[in-house]
Design a protein around this ligand. Sequence first.
Ligand code: UT7
Length: 330
Amino acid sequence: MYASLKSIGSYVPEKVMSNADFEKIVDTSDEWIVQRTGIKNRRIAAPNQTTSDMGALAAKKAIERSGLDKDDIDLVICATLSPDHLCMPSTACLISDKVGIRDVMAFDVSAACSGFVYILSIAKAFIESGAKKNILLVGAEKISSLVDYTDRGTCILFGDGAGAAIISATEDKNEAIIDVHASADGKYSDLLITPGCGSTYPCSADMMEKKLQYIKMAGNEVFKVAVRTLTRDVVDILKTNEIKSEDVDLFIPHQANLRIIEAVRNKLKFSKEKTVFTVGKYGNTSAASIPMAMSDAYEEGRLKKGDLMLLDTFGGGFTWASALIRFGGN
Ligand code: UT7
C-alpha cells in the first residue's frame, strides 16, 4: 500500500498588509523589503479569526477536491506554531470540530516552518502501515499573533493563512509519495525562537514587558544555515531515490525570502518555470507556506496527476524536511 496526496486546498484572509503599511509603523521602506526579501504583501487574519478557523476553511476545500466525504477521514494532523491555545485543546481538535469530523484521532505537531512536511512523513507512515486510509493534513498559521510590530527585523516577514491536503491509501505507485526526509538540530534553537509563554518564561507581566511572547530571529545567521541546509536536503533526497533534478516537474521551496529561494534554485539549477514563488504576495506563513504554495500551483493549472513535486523546507528548531511526491489528484 502506498500513500497518495489526493488533493490540496488553501485559505487566505482578506486583509492585505503592504510594504507601504509597514512604512507607517516602523523605520523601513518598500525598496529595502523588496530588495532583501522579495515580499510585497502579506495577508493578515481578522482579530476574531483563529488559526483553526483558517485551517478548517482550507480543509473543507481539500476534502471537497478529494471527492471524499468528511466521514471518510480517519486521522487529522495540524502543523502550526501559532495554535489557537498554547497547551490544549490542540488546533487539530478544533479543526475537526469545525469541519464536522467526529471520533477520530487528532493532534498537532510543532516543527515550525517544516511542520507540513513533518506531518506528511507521519501520514505516509500511518498509511503504509495500514493503520489509516484517509488523512487530513493542515498547515495553518496566525503568525500576526506572535509578531512584534515594533521590530522591523521580523514584522515585515510574516503573514497568515492555511493550506490542507488529503493523503489516501493507493495501490498505484505512479501516484505515490515517494520519500520524505525530515530532520532537526536543536543546537540552533536560540537563533529563531519565541522565548515566552512556555515553562522557561511562563506568562507574567514581566515576561510581557520584555516582549518574550514574540518571535525573535537572528535573521542573517538563519539565512546562511537555511540556504546551506535547503540545498543539501534536495541533493540528498534526489540521490537516495536515484532521481535527477531534471525529472522534477515542480520545485516547491519554503517561502521565507526570495533571496533564499533564488540561492537554492540557482545552486540546484531548477528553472524559474519549474519553481513556485508565493513569498511576494503572502510573505512567510511558516507551516502553511508549503501547502499554500502547492495549492496556488494547483489552482494555476501547474500541477497535474502524476507530476513529480519536490518540497523543501527549513525552520525554527532548527528543523528541515524535503519530500518527493507524485501528485495523485485530478
Ligand atoms: O522561516 C524560517 C526561516 N527564516 C528565514 O529563513 C529568514 C532568514 N533571514 C532573512 O530572511 C534575512 O536575514 C532578513 C530579511 C531577516 C534580514 O535581511 P539581511 O540582509 O540578513 O539583513 P541584516 O539582518 O543583516 O540587517 C542589515 C541591516 C541592519 O542595519 P545595519 O545594522 O546594517 O545598520 C538592519 O538593522 O538592515 C537593517 N534592517 C532593516 N532596514 C530596513 C533590518 N530590517 C530592516 C527593515 N527595514 N525591515
